[in-house]
Design a protein around this ligand. Structure first.
Ligand SMILES: [Zn+2]
Ligand SMILES: [Zn+2]
Ligand SMILES: [Zn+2]
Ligand SMILES: [Zn+2]
Length: 404
């Protein structure tokens, strides 16, 4: 009756009931927790959990194994060496830079490494700096500006003659081999346009100077100029250089007056001859109908640290955006732009400093491969640290190009 006439009083009483009910509920809960605690404290004679089995950890990639033979098997096929890409924070070895990226920026980022990278790390070259300011300063230099494309209207032919004369006169004794980058643009031949026909060639030196550029006279009728990607038309190729002459010029730049036998010999460092840099060089050499010794090739599509974790090539477009910080192939394919990207990637990889103890720079097969199944008991003579120290790279690191 009083409530009907006084809604405010009604509210006050209702709030009080709610408070009392809440206290009772909390009290029950707290009391239960207390009982449980007392019970668990009293329960001291329960058997402790069995100790965790001892795990063996790989010094390089931190993978863990229960059995020593499994760790040795892992060391045998993982080819850990100072040349493997590593996380700059925890120093974990990875097969490729892509795995380092996954480790630091991936869906399951490691707390410590991810934090350090987000504060002081460079997303392009994956280095870590002393402070966020030092990092910001570094990024200004690490992120490269996109080169201005040559476009199809630009110069039609640059003679490499002068360049070869000037550089072969330099003293090459004790110097690392020089490098040039090449890219060819292909058009389509054959009834369905599927035959690759070389239409344009560009060669740049280490300083990004164009040392050779020409349109190429097609040897078979062109059935598809692939204009949307090449930007080429019949007019461009009509006065192009015959393929034979293009081959001579390219070889002249590559061999640089060094003898054929010297360049072919794997034991020889190439002398005055130049390393050939590119992305998917087999395609360029095929369309030029040229061959060049494998040990003189530096292919950014085949270099293990730059490949996907499943050992498939990345596109040059992806590598340029991820490692150099700019976009290419946004319009027509420009062979100059592609040459510059491949050369920059090569120089970035070559510039890495990998310190090795002793003379471990030779690229031999992994020591464990030499120990076949019959002799595998020899492995027992070494400690795990010694085995790790013996492990060597299964690819030729480009940093070795910097050594005399
Ligand atoms: Zn490992
Ligand atoms: Zn190296
Ligand atoms: Zn790490
Ligand atoms: Zn950087």
């Amino acid at each position: 009756m009083a409530f009907d006439q006084n809604p405010e009083l009604c509210m006050v009483v209702f709030k009080w009931i709610k408070k009392l009910y809440g206290f009772a509920e909390n009290f029950t809960f707290n009391f239960t927790v207390l009982l449980l605690l007392l019970f668990s404290m009293d329960n001291t004679d329960v058997d402790p959990l069995p100790p965790l089995p001892k795990r063996l950890k790989c010094n390089a990639c931190y993978k863990q194994y229960k059995k020593e033979e499994h760790l040795i098997e892992h060391l045998n096929k993982s080819y850990h060496s100072v040349h493997q890409p590593r996380c700059a924070a925890c120093l974990k070895h990875c097969k490729s830079f892509e795995s380092v990226r996954e480790h630091v920026f991936g869906p399951l980022p490691r707390g410590f490494c991810s934090r350090l990278f987000s504060e002081q790390g460079c997303q392009l070259c994956l280095a870590i700096f002393g402070s966020p300011e030092a990092r910001d300063e570094h990024i200004e230099l690490c992120r490269l500006p996109a080169p201005v494309p040559l476009e199809t209207s630009a110069l039609s032919y640059i003679d490499p003659e002068f360049y070869v004369q000037v550089s072969s006169a330099e003293n090459h004794v004790g110097r690392r081999p020089g490098a040039i980058a090449i890219d060819c643009e292909m058009v389509g031949g054959g009834y369905d346009g599927s035959i690759e026909v070389c239409a344009r060639v560009c060669v740049v030196d280490e300083d990004e100077k164009v040392i050779f550029h020409t349109y190429v006279q097609p040897e078979i009728p062109v059935t598809n100029y692939r204009h949307d990607t090449t930007g080429l038309t019949e007019e461009h190729l009509r006065d192009g250089m015959p393929l034979k002459e293009v081959q001579e010029k390219v070889l002249q730049i590559l061999y640089n007056e060094e003898s054929l036998s010297n360049v072919r010999s794997k034991l020889f460092d190439g002398g005055k001859a130049r390393l050939l840099v590119g992305h998917g060089l087999a395609n360029d050499l095929d369309c030029l109908k040229l061959s060049y010794p494998d040990h003189m090739l530096r292919d950014t599509s085949m270099y293990p640290p730059l490949m996907k974790t499943n050992s498939v090539s990345h596109s040059l477009k992806y590598l340029t955006r991820t490692y150099l910080g700019y976009d290419i192939q946004t319009g027509d394919h420009d062979p100059y732009e592609d040459c510059i990207s491949a050369m920059r990637l090569y120089k970035r990889m070559r510039g890495q400093v990998h310190k090795e103890k002793g003379n471990g720079t030779s690229i031999t097969s992994n020591i464990f491969r030499l120990l076949d199944a019959r002799e595998s008991n020899k492995v027992d003579k070494f400690t795990l640290d010694e085995l790790y120290a013996m492990s060597s790279s299964d690819f030729k690191c480009w940093c070795l190009d910097m050594r005399p």
